[in-house]
Write a protein that binds this ligand. Structure first.
Ligand SMILES: C[C@@](CO)(OP(=O)(O)O)[C@H](O)COP(=O)(O)OP(=O)(O)OC[C@H]1O[C@@H](n2ccc(N)nc2=O)[C@H](O)[C@@H]1O
Ligand SMILES: Nc1ncnc2c1ncn2[C@@H]1O[C@H](COP(=O)(O)OP(=O)(O)O)[C@@H](O)[C@H]1O
Length: 284
């Protein structure tokens, strides 16, 4: 039997860091939501007790470094499953982009293998397993729109954003999340974006207030390392996006757009100097 799972990308409408913790992670407050750009996973049981990963792209690891591999190994160990699985990753989400592609693949693997092997694991338990794989995996297990606290694993679901277009542009650089957090001076942050205002904007369905409430304290760190990300932000605004922000640790920049008629100008303008541009919808 073959089963399929979609693994959508996330964006951070808001990302605040409260402090650095003793364990090296940062205490965060984020508002995350999913967009309609997804990897597609195909999973099939194998007669041998092994995990095999394949993908149509050549630039991700296919061994135990792959987060889908780690998710399959974890679920097999924890639930004593002595069966094998073949997982094909049809990658559509840009890699190391701040869009949680790997985390979403891990989450989709947990959901998929729970189904394939009829394990009856609850969604909350899948989230706990996911937290062992990465801070963003629990959110990717549940999806929706949520405030994520702790190191990202404590979730509170909130209202979805008002429907709009999301333009994603990824410059040709790979950003390491650990590097960006490592360079952040969390105790010296002067300004913090307001979770309360953003939550309120979503509750009221106010597109305008959502755009003006966007904020990400990791942005300045990545902008300093890669000035082209700032150029991308400025171009998106100039071309007519209503609100613009870097997602996660970057380097992908997203623009929120309410009017479809604005899209061709923004898309064509960005494609002039950035190969990876996607126009998608919020996944509500
Ligand atoms: C920044 C965010 C925002 O959504 O996303 P991305 O840019 O990676 O998509 C996340 O916080 C990333 O989550 P994720 O990519 O799952 O991170 P992990 O694998 O758990 O951690 C990678 C490294 O980032 C740092 N890290 C991560 C999360 C956190 N709350 N504090 C940290 O300091 C740690 O140095 C850790 O070793
Ligand atoms: N299934 C996967 N898809 C993409 N990248 C993966 C996967 N498994 C492991 N990786 C590795 O994880 C790193 C981060 O990738 P990704 O999750 O796409 O980025 P981000 O953390 O910025 O959202 C990359 O360096 C990549 O080599």
């Amino acid at each position: 039997m073959k089963i399929y799972e979609k693994a959508p990308a996330k964006i951070n409408l808001l990302l605040d860091v409260l402090r650095k913790r003793e364990d090296g992670y940062h205490e965060v407050e984020m508002i995350m939501t999913m967009v309609d750009l997804a990897d597609r996973l195909e999973m099939e049981e194998l007669p041998r007790d092994t995990i095999i990963i394949s993908s149509q792209v050549g630039y991700i690891p296919l061994d135990e470094k792959n987060l889908a591999f780690q998710a399959a190994r974890l679920i097999k160990e924890r639930y004593d499953v002595r069966k094998g699985v073949y997982i094909h990753l049809d990658k559509k989400i840009p890699v190391a982009a701040g869009l949680a592609g790997g985390s979403s693949d891990a989450a989709a693997t947990l959901r998929g293998l729970n189904r394939l092997w009829g394990l009856g694991i609850s969604e909350d338990e899948l989230c706990d397993l996911g937290a062992e794989l990465g801070s963003d995996v629990p959110f990717c297990v549940k999806g929706g729109t949520a405030i994520a606290r702790g190191r990202g694993e404590k979730l509170e679901h909130i209202d979805h954003p008002p429907q709009c277009w999301v333009v994603l542009a990824k410059p040709p650089i790979n950003v390491s999340t650990a590097d960006v957090y490592g360079k952040l001076r969390a105790n010296e942050l002067k300004e913090h974006p307001s979770i309360a205002n953003m939550r309120d904007a979503l509750a009221r369905g106010s597109f305008q207030d959502m755009c003006s409430g966007l904020g990400n304290v990791l942005e300045n760190v990545t902008l300093e390392l890669y000035p082209e990300v700032l150029q991308l932000k400025e171009s998106m605004l100039r071309l007519g996006a209503d609100g613009v922000l870097m997602s996660g640790s970057g380097p992908t920049v997203f623009g929120l757009v309410s009017k479809e008629a604005k899209l061709p100008r923004i898309y064509n303008g960005l494609r002039g100097f950035c190969k990876e541009v996607y126009v998608v919808r919020m996944l509500t």
